[in-house]
Design a protein around this ligand. Sequence first.
Ligand SMILES: Cc1ncc(COP(=O)(O)O)c(C=O)c1O
Length: 392
Amino acid sequence: MNATLTADDMPGVPDELAWSLPVYAQLDLHPVGGDGPWLVLADGRRILDMYGGHAVAALGYGHPRLVAALQDQVQRLTFQSNLLPLELRARACEALARFAPPGLDRVFLVNSGAEANENALKLSFRAPERTRVVAVEGAFHGRTAAAAAVTWGSEKWYGLPRKPFDVSFVSPRDPAALAHKVGADTAALIVEPVQGVAGAVDLPAEFLAAARRATRDAGAMLIFDEVQCGMGRTGRPFAADYYGITPDIITTAKGLAGGFPAGALITTHEIAAGLKIGELGTTFGGGPMACAAIEAVLAAIRDEGLLERVRILSEQIRRTCVAGPVTAIQGAGFLLGLVCTRPAKEIQAELLERDILAGTSADPRVLRLLPPFTLEPEHVARLAAALAEIAP
Ligand SMILES: Cc1ncc(COP(=O)(O)O)c(C=O)c1O
């Protein structure tokens, strides 16, 4: 059909939809480059990316350390599978384990958030009588079979004829329910401590404390899905640190390798010791390019004091950005939801007219911010000034 088309038939901006599946509602914005927190368009226009490439661009665009690590690695060894041990993989796993809460010191590297969750759930089914997973209303865990089954509103996300296991949901406003929802038949309770897709909803600390108690009492795994809220985004290494609660498994992805595809599952050495050869596996996960990027991201977070920067600038956003249509701010660190008087889509468009990109969420009134950790106070001031210009 399209085989006879040539570049001459498509002058100007290439039409992605002509060649791909129509599954994304895309904005009319066509970046050709990036520079720190800025997206650069073909005509030279610069857009302040407060959405951070959907939480992936933790170091912004073109961070010298990440660029150098990837350039160096692509020349040394672009790929090798997990069949062969790599010193670089060992270093990346060690750095990630040291970044994680004490006790979580074994790492399994994969390629994406959904794959990390898929493997975390698989790890939880260790006893035949434990056939159920408890999940939280509002949570998003990914689009693969197990991850989608525990995603709230999974009829929409799942798309397969059957769920692979039994699932019950609990309200984050009802911590008391956990004690009877999590029982002898429960393999795991999976929680997204700061819910991203839901609109940057920071779950109540009492709920997470009750989650830890209920899973410990029932002998079930507690999984924190930190695919979006982990890797420093709360201003602490993980949301587990932010809340002071250590789960049995943390999953993470997005900012983990600053833009190179990577995900990880981090767990205890006791759980790791129960695994046999071949129980989990992946071809690309833990490849050298991903490991070089993970190492560079963790080194930049440490050496550039980025966690402290996230905490300070998050406070600046909270102090200055309740302006124009924004009536309240929820979330944690650099995963923030601006609660608006009008549909967030309208505010997103009005910000874009002022060269600022923000995201939306499942909550039509919440605009989502996921900026790079390298943001500067002047960028927050720019956002605050733009919001103040917009009609309430
Ligand atoms: C909390 C959470 N879990 C899992 C996922 C799925 O990650 P991926 O799209 O990398 O599979 C996402 C993606 O948005 C997420 O926000």
